[in-house]
Design a protein. Sequence first.
Lengths: 151, 151
Amino acid sequence: MAHVKVADELCTVSLPAALLGERWTLLLLRQAFLGTRRFEDFQTAMDISRSVLTERLGTLVEEGILRREAYKDVRTRYEYRLTEKGLDLYPVLVALRKWGDRWMSPDEGPSFDLHHRTCGGDIGVHVSCEGCGDVLTARDVRVTPLRDSPA
Amino acid sequence: MAHVKVADELCTVSLPAALLGERWTLLLLRQAFLGTRRFEDFQTAMDISRSVLTERLGTLVEEGILRREAYKDVRTRYEYRLTEKGLDLYPVLVALRKWGDRWMSPDEGPSFDLHHRTCGGDIGVHVSCEGCGDVLTARDVRVTPLRDSPA
DNA sequence: CCCTTGAGTTCGGATTCCGAACCCTAGCTG
DNA sequence: CAGCTAGGGTTCGGAATCCGAACTCAAGGG
């Protein structure tokens, strides 16, 4: 995370935003959630330069979002797999996807579908109130500064 | 969106990922959702260079996520406000925040709280099945490629 | 008139990114 | 066993971005 200074006002939005808002990182995670695991596969799927890929994979491993693991195929290979922490980013990616479906959908429609593995239903993401259960939008939420209010 | 080629495999995850995964963009949106609207306020709150801020605000306006509007204070000012399309990114930001709370929380805890405006309850984001209503994780979801399967 | 403020623009130097070439190790091939 | 190939990187020079600081420009204010 080269530009963590970007988020030096320690905040639980800006820290992850600084990490994920780095070129390629979100794309890389998308690819990981689609099942890509090997260096070569990331490289060809995303058409990213090898040096930058090395670096990004490295940061994500450092951050504990991916785990680098050797395994025996016909010979020793390495794979990058999502950790618990990484898998926990799923809502972010799905939210991105839902937004993309709605606002940036290419004419041919999305390139893959998501369904509930057991019942086959569509997947959704919702911001909701843990108290009353209502589904909320930005306007229904009140922000309360806790420390030195940010400007 | 300088590096849209990054996402030329047209996909409703990679398009937004390429847009938001650009340095500063997510931070800028966080700031916008916190209520920042003016050039100067963004600049000082995020400590971003003015030229890059100009450019980022520009792309977000082009993309229809922000709207630039003149208004009369003591004199004519400009503000950048979230459009409908922009507001609709809220789940992404909240998902980021939730993940940050869980995995990157600084010792002092988060710097602001979110509550349901009407009932005061906590805010959550969940991936769920629109069919059966279950809350899902990445492992509960099946991916079905629709076009040329991406490697 | 001169000063200040908001909102940018411009510019030189520092970073980061890119593509292409190179390296190293294991297994296979003959 | 010499040589070839593939996966997974590293290195390098040039191109694209980013940064901080200074400059611009218009509208009030004193």
